[in-house]
Ligand binder design. Structure first.
Ligand SMILES: C/C1=C2N=C(/C=C3N=C(/C(C)=C4\N[C@@](C)([C@@H]5N=C1[C@](C)(CCC(=O)O)[C@H]5CC(=O)O)[C@@](C)(CC(=O)O)[C@@H]4CCC(=O)O)[C@@](C)(CC(=O)O)[C@@H]\3CCC(=O)O)C(C)(C)[C@@H]/2CCC(=O)O
Length: 206
């Protein structure tokens, strides 16, 4: 039998030490670097940091919002499931409206995906919220449209959808906006990655 590490805390310690040894974090501020380490941990790709884009105050803004009780608004149930509730500083609400029974009809009526239509049900929670998008480019595009139409502004947008159609473009549009943002440019992204970013922001522990 292969010998393997069985101690969870030791696995985490060695993982984070390996990531820090193999990843160039020098171009980013310490708070973004801490988030980047956890994102790399979630996907196993140390070169992910080369594609990371951020606004200077994104981590501070998201962290302050969470401490103030802001909700985490997610595009997919996978994202919401990945957020570790005990790390959240104010028992924050973690919301994904994609499974709401009204969403399929809404999507049909609006002529869009269910992921994008689900944002219509975020209601008045958007102002000051932390938005976490890990799957659906159309959800990120719709968020930017809503804000352009005058919807309240979130405290931070962690816009990390994965994929081939619209993913890179939606993230570039977010990075070109005046919102506080974190993105992984290009095709890479995913629910696990954005959940890891929320978890890192929620708590400074590694
Ligand atoms: C086009 C879509 C993409 N989905 C991708 C990758 C994954 N999606 C998974 C799952 C389980 C779900 N994806 C949906 C969000 C579904 N995916 C889409 C849509 C058709 C459109 C979204 C968009 O383009 O913006 C979307 C359905 C919709 O009408 O909005 C999901 C709701 C489908 C469903 O099961 O009903 C569902 C999310 C469930 C949830 O968690 O709430 C995967 C696990 C793949 C699979 O099941 O085989 C995977 C997860 C990736 C991740 O890390 O999140 C793509 C590749 C991202 C793709 C969008 C871009 C593209 O290039 O096609």
């Amino acid at each position: 039998m292969t010998d393997y590490v069985r101690d969870g805390a030791e696995i985490y310690r060695r993982s984070f030490a390996t990531i820090r040894a193999e990843t160039d974090l020098t171009r980013m501020p310490p708070d973004v670097a801490q988030v980047a380490v956890r994102m790399v941990h979630a996907c196993g790709m140390t070169d992910l940091v080369d594609d990371l884009g951020w606004s200077p105050a994104v981590v501070a803004s998201a962290r302050a919002a969470l401490r103030g009780g802001a909700p985490v608004l997610c595009d997919a149930a996978m994202v919401a499931s990945g957020v570790t509730r005990r790390r959240l500083p104010a028992d924050n609400e973690v919301l994904c409206t994609l499974g709401d029974p009204r969403v399929p009809d809404l999507a049909e009526r609006l002529g869009t995906t269910r992921s994008a239509a689900a944002l219509e049900l975020w209601g008045d929670r958007l102002g000051g919220a932390v938005v976490a998008i890990g799957n659906a480019p159309t959800a990120l595009f719709r968020l930017l449209e809503l804000i352009a139409e005058g919807a309240p502004r979130p405290a931070a947008v962690l816009g990390i959808p994965v994929g081939f159609i619209g993913a890179a473009e939606s993230k570039q549009a977010l990075a070109d906006s005046d919102l506080e943002f974190l993105v992984v440019h290009g095709r890479r992204g995913g629910s696990a990655m954005v959940a890891a970013a929320v978890n890192a922001i929620a708590s400074e522990q590694e």
